[in-house]
Design a protein around this ligand. Structure first.
Ligand code: E4P
Length: 217
């Protein structure tokens, strides 16, 4: 499974890249607002830090303007992936931008039929939002399961990008049901490394090592 980091905070991205875990980045207008940064400037900076796809979302709602915005965003760096909402206009824009060789991430997906349409429109990534479905008492993971089956049935190459991930359990479940990518808030990604028995075991080893009076260097 690939990991994308779901943030527009460049300091957090820089702190995570030495792990080799960051395969890409996703942003959205809310995350850009939270960063307080200029959109184009922050996207360019993220694209310099990370080699993989960096999703930057259009804000137009009509296809023609979405296409124009998408082309403009794609001009920022070769690894920009244009994020488009899963609307009828978004699908038209997805088809056009994909035809121009631009990577696309179709976002705000809440049903398997929406995901089917995005794949037919040539999306590079489909972003089903797990957490927001859980918020309304619908099992978000069922959606990932359904999309996996549909994409495999028809050999669609669109990658399933599990989004709106809120917990380590979401990451594990998304991996178990075959999502290609999880986009994860930085705190959740760091948390995946944590286990209380690791901390306890390490402390015991360090205590015993101190008793030997030795040093490695
Ligand atoms: C990523 O592409 C999405 O925009 C993001 O995961 C949404 O997460 P949220 O539902 O926690 O805002």
């Amino acid at each position: 499974m690939k990991f994308f980091v779901d943030t527009a905070d460049t300091a957090e991205i820089k702190a995570l890249t030495p792990t080799g875990l960051v395969d890409g980045v996703t942003t959205n207008p809310s995350l850009v607002m939270k960063s307080g940064r200029d959109f184009r400037e922050v996207v360019a900076e993220i694209c310099d830090i990370v080699e993989g796809p960096v999703s930057a979302e259009v804000t137009a709602t009509e296809a023609a303007q979405m296409i124009e915005e998408g082309k403009s965003l794609a001009g920022i760096a070769q690894n920009v992936c244009v994020k488009l909402p899963l609307t009828f206009d978004g699908l038209i824009a997805c088809k056009a931008l994909t035809g121009d060789g631009i990577k696309t991430n179709v976002t705000l997906c809440f049903s398997a039929n929406q995901a089917l349409l995005a794949a037919k429109a040539g999306a590079t990534f489909i972003s089903p939002f797990i957490g927001r479905l859980d918020d309304i008492n619908v099992d978000g993971m069922d959606l990932i399961r359904e999309i996996r089956i549909i994409y495999d049935n028809y050999d669609f190459q669109t990658e399933i990008l599990a989004a709106s991930i809120r917990s380590a359990n979401h990451v594990k479940e998304a991996a178990l049901v075959g999502a290609d990518v999880s986009t994860v808030p930085p705190g959740v990604l760091k948390g995946l490394a944590h286990h209380p028995l690791t901390d306890k075991g390490l402390q015991a080893f360090l205590d015993d090592w101190a008793k030997t009076g030795q040093k490695i260097l």
